[in-house]
Design a protein around this ligand. Sequence first.
Ligand code: K7E
Ligand code: CUA
Length: 688
Amino acid sequence: MKRALMLLGVCLLVPAVIFGCRREDVDTSGQPKEAQEESSDEGAAPAGGAVALSGSAEEIAASRGLSPTDIENAVRTYTPSGKLDDYVMFASGGHGGQVLVVGMPSMRLLKLIGVFTPEPWQGFGFGAESTMNVLKGGDTPSKPLRWADTHHPSLSETNGEYDGQFLFIGDKANSRVAVIDLRDFETKQLVKNPIADIDHGGTFVTPDTEWVVEGGQYAQPMGGGYAPLEEYNDKYRGHITFWKFDRARGRIDIAQSFAIEVPPYWQDLCDAGKLASDGWIFCNSINTELATGKNGPDGVNFESGASQNDMDYMHAVDLDKAAEVAKGAQTTKVNDFTVIPLQVAIDEQILWFIPEPKSPHGVDVTPKGEYITIGGKLDQNATVYNFQKIKDAITAGEWDTDPYGVPVLPFDKVVEAQVELGLGPLHTVYDDKGYAYTSLFLDSAVARWTLGGDYRQDGAEPWKLVTKTPVQYNVGHLAAAEGDTASPDGNYLVSLNKWAIDRFQNVGPLLPQNFQLINIASPGENMPVVYDMPVGVGEPHYAQIIKADKLKAFEVYPEVGWDPETMAKSANAITSEDQVRVERDGNNVEVWATAIRSHFTPERIELKQGDNVTMHITNLETQRDATHGFALSAYNINLSLEPGETETIKFVADVPGAHPYYCTEFCSALHLEMVGYMLVEPSQTAAR
Ligand code: K7E
Ligand code: CUA
């Protein structure tokens, strides 16, 4: 403790030394020695004792039990009020069905975007037509879906660089893809895959965002038909779906999208080639054993049945060729969706298999596109493939076929390196220094290792483990700053950990997740965890991190009367209170209303039970901090009207009564007075 205090003093007194203090106080595990001592001695903070919150910095730190390393880490991440973050992380909200927007390095939650799940604050999914239309786009023909298991967010790219325009995210549970417009950070479109219930490899974009890739997962009879599991090999099929993105419209064009039928292996994660491998898509797979599960005590369950083979197959897809074939006559339609049949994919040399060890997970293309790294959940290695060698093997015509006739390239001919990392390697990201970082699920660690080829660092041995940093715990994905682009930034890495057993206050048996910020700015063995951020909404899976200055969101909508669905001025907008009106045609009533601090116009709306009501409300405000809400409990309506926004609601006035509607944002001193009455006269009274 004395030594800690001494170091602390030096570090605090000489800011330049703060970073110099680091090396001697951190062992190669990346864990601060002082913190280890502290936690074994006295615990991180005095329990029940008084904490000095006044006094010198040294006194406060000593009182809170902070080591010099803790203080360094605080200095690395602390972001004072009013100072903005350098990066913004878009993280999947997992079961929450949302996207989390997090500032980095402060790890402050900036926003939670409703995507697949109704979100009350944004009025997403509570009557506003613009949002109801989005949610309905993600429904099945028979069921409304209002939940999700969001997995992989993907920022739009131009020339392989994040351009800050759009964000996509996949819903594994319901095989859906969402489009979020980063001008207003709102969800604009959900598409439901018409040929499969469930996916996993969504979403990943091509370097110019022409295609949004959604790989499948659990095979089914394609399009949702029935077949007994005894007919699994013949009747069940996997898919890889390619959604065509129309950037000008900001929408996926379903008519131009297509899928490739693939064998009933379980396709897993995907990634898009870039630069050297532009035009290709890579997806790993599991269950090449074609296990079908057990029913009762006999037989083999999936967990062991699908883990027998030493090798599964990475699927390599020639997307340029596939896109050509998808326009032609060799395709079929499944539930009205274009599908390239498996045999056509084989004949046209669209689909290639590449052996990958053992129960693989993750497939991650290097920044310049020359290599592809695969993790193996039951392997100790990351396996690196060389794209040039893949092309050479195709040209050389040396391949076997799998039972479905898909060519399988020889492993030895296409592999570049196998790097022994530890237990349970999953996902890999890259930095600007020639390092790769792989999550080790079973080790609960992040491995840093060297790349070879053009990434090779002077004097460093290529394809070699450099160091491992323990994380807490059960790491899944990693996200690196600008990490999936052609030019990653380095600097920061986030370890997306599951079930943080002992990191936070106990909040009951369902454990928060843990985003751990790791400083990867220094080369070599130094890559410590510097911050923990609990995530209490769902398992986040994946995130992407963009430089903050690439985001150019609207401050307010460009014009009063803006429709966030069309991102243009609404035909139903009115721009002043003079234009407020109620028009009745039989029992169809249309209302044009406004909101401005601190009143709605009109404040009385008189209806008759059974009226078909259409109401357009325009927020006339043009200042940034002037959002108004519109809550009408009797009709389950809850809107958020951002400055300039026009929103439409439609309902049948089937609940008679005198219903107040009010503004839900504390918009002014007289916000509580921002209210109106919707009077719905009962029909029997009307008849009298
Ligand atoms: Cu969680 Cu990318 Cu769905 Cu691995 S996946 S962890
Ligand atoms: Cu408008 Cu409160």
